[in-house]
Every structure is written in structure tokens, then in C-alpha cells.
Design a protein around this ligand. Sequence first.
Ligand code: XIL
Length: 395
Amino acid sequence: MRLNRSLLVGALSVTAVLATPAAALAAAPQSTPQAAPQAAPPSLYQSSPADSLRRLDHRSDLRIGTAVNTDALAADPAYARIAAQQFDAVTPENVMKWEVVEPTRGTYDWAAADRLVDVAHANKQRVRGHTLVWHSQLPAWLQATITSTTDAAGNQVDTSSLPASELKALLKKHVQDEVGHFKGRIWQWDVVNEALNEDGTPRQDIWYQAWGGTGYIADAFRWAHEADPKANLFYNDYNIEYTGPKSNAALALAQQLKAQHVPIDGVGFQTHLDTQYGFPDLQANLQRFADLKLFVAETEIDVRSTLPVTADVQAKQTSYWTQTLQACLAVRRCISYTVWGFGDAYSWVPGVFAGEGAANLYDEELAPKPQYTALQDVLRTTRAQRRVGSGGGWA
Ligand code: XIL
């Protein structure tokens, strides 16, 4: 088992941050949706350079994606150009999360997410929907009902004052309405996000409590499949890149869901890496999920380091980036590789991991870093060998 103590500490700090709504919200740069009708989005992708990531991977069936910050997309032309030219898939960094789409109970605001999907499709990009069932970034009206404690093992336990029957109805409506709203327009949905603790036990969030167990996971996949049978449905989590209790538990969960004929199509590995920890046995972990006949994806890649970055650390970051892409390319059922934003100025890392940053492919001025060139090199040398189809009704 390679899950060493320092990794665990890093992981727990992520858990703590994501489990703290105030902190998560404070870090959220883009929760104000745009209401006014918009002109047809410009199509920028035709001018993609031949050595762009999306064109270099053109002959393999791997999509190279990025998370998109919709505020930056609207305000920063250089950001919009890179997003369109370099990537052929996008994930909304925040605007499909429950807190954004239903800020007032019973009233939806899809404006920002609709706009993102329009821009993506104008640029011939597929969309990863993110995320339907999560313990974090819940709407304030729901978060206000939750009290958090910690159990003997140090894991967070969330309890809502709403009755279980009401929570179940709320989650069902949320999943059905959101997937239904975007029906036919989403390639992959992260249906359930981060349902496991670092020790492999199920996260005791309000959904676990309402169902009295993990039954909410199967229900959510079934509801999502009914609402959009063509979408590829994913379970998504972090630190499952490493072999250890958490990835073992995720594998057992995936096996159980398959055995119950739950419509799960894939598992997403967030891949938020930090050069102070060893590089994970990522390829082996992707492969053992792929062996279950699931698709796999790297869904939120970034590689952070303590600032300022020395030459040695820079080289280590570049090596980590190279290895993340090589791992995906080595696993036939790895169908998407998504970076969690591309410019250091827009990264979530400095706001969450004190003293750390430089986690992306482009610097603060949106100039490409050696990490970017390294990915080009990997794509040049390994493209054109793979063809497994990308699943669902998607060609
Ligand atoms: C992060 C966003 O990047 C931030 O802007 C926001 O404030 C908090 O959420 N795992 C996930 C992502 O699944 O949704 C998180 O995104 C990062 C960790």
C-alpha cells in the first residue's frame, strides 16, 4: 500500500476544505449566473493550431478537456481563445453545481450553464456535466439545515434537520430535473462525487443518512439514466489514483453497482496531485477499474507545489504531467483527460492549499509552461493507436 502518511494529511485537508461550505463558497469565484439573453456564441475552434492539444489527439479517441470558469470565459478573450483552440471537451468548474442551479428552493437558474454548453457546442466540444450528488456546494437553503460533527475515526458526519423522506424527494427531483434539462447535450455526467472517506468507509453525508446507507448512489444513477439514456454516467473521486483503502473501496463500490445492474458507465479520477507526494500508481488503478468494463477518465488534473517553484520542482511538475497523460493513453478504456483549468491565475489551488500553486499548464499571464509542451510531446509520440469508441450514444 502506497498511501503514506503525508498523502493522507494532504488528502484530509482537501476533505476538510470541501466539507466546509463556507470555505468552499468563499473560494467560489463564479456563482453569479448571467440572466440576460446572449447572442450566439462565437466559434473559435477553427483557428486551432495544428499543434494544439485537441488537434494532436485528433486521431485517437481520447478527448482532452478543461474545466471552464464562466466568468473568465466571458471577460478574458485570451482565456476564451485557449479554451476553444486547445481542448475538445469542457467541464463547468462550478455552474452546474446545485448551489448555482437552484439558488432558491424550487426556482432554477440554468443561465450560466446553458451558456457554457452553447459555447462548447459552437466550438465542437463535448461537455462533462459536473456534478449531481455531492456533499459540498449545496444551496444555502439546504446547507442551512445541516449540522456537522466528527465520528471516532475522525470522519465528518452531516445531519440535516429535514426528514429522510423529504431529502430523498429533493435529491430525486434535483437529479431528474438537471439531467432532464440538459438531455442530449451532455457527454458524461459525474453523477456521484466523493462518496468515500480516505479510510474507505462511506462518507456520512446527508444522503447517506437519509437512505441509511449507500443506496442513494444506485438510485441517483438510475434516475440519471432514465432522464438521459445516452449520457455516460460516472462516479468521480479524488485520491483514488493511489492504491489504498479509498481506491479499494471505490473498486468494490463499482463492482457492486455493476453486479446490481446499476447504469454506471465509468469512474472519474480527479487527479489533483502535489509534488510533495510521490506520483501515484495511476495506470494500474485506471486499469483495474477498466477491467470491470467501465470507462475511466482523469477528470480534474492539476499538479500543485509549494511556492516559489524551483527548477527542480518545475521539472518534477512536468514529469508528473507527462505521467498523467501517459497513464491514460496506456489504458484503452480511458476516454477523457481533463485539466482543472489551464491558467494559474484562475486556479482554485492558492485559495485552498495555503502557500501552494503553479498547478496548471499555463502561467499567470496565460503563457504555456513546460508542462504544456510535455503534453504535446506525449500526444505526438503516442497518438493514433487507440480506438475503443467513447461510449453511450456518442460517436
Ligand atoms: C472547486 C472549484 O474549482 C472552486 O472554484 C470551488 O470554489 C470549489 O470547488 N473536487 C471537485 C471540484 O469535484 O468540483 C472542486 O472544484 C475541486 C475538488
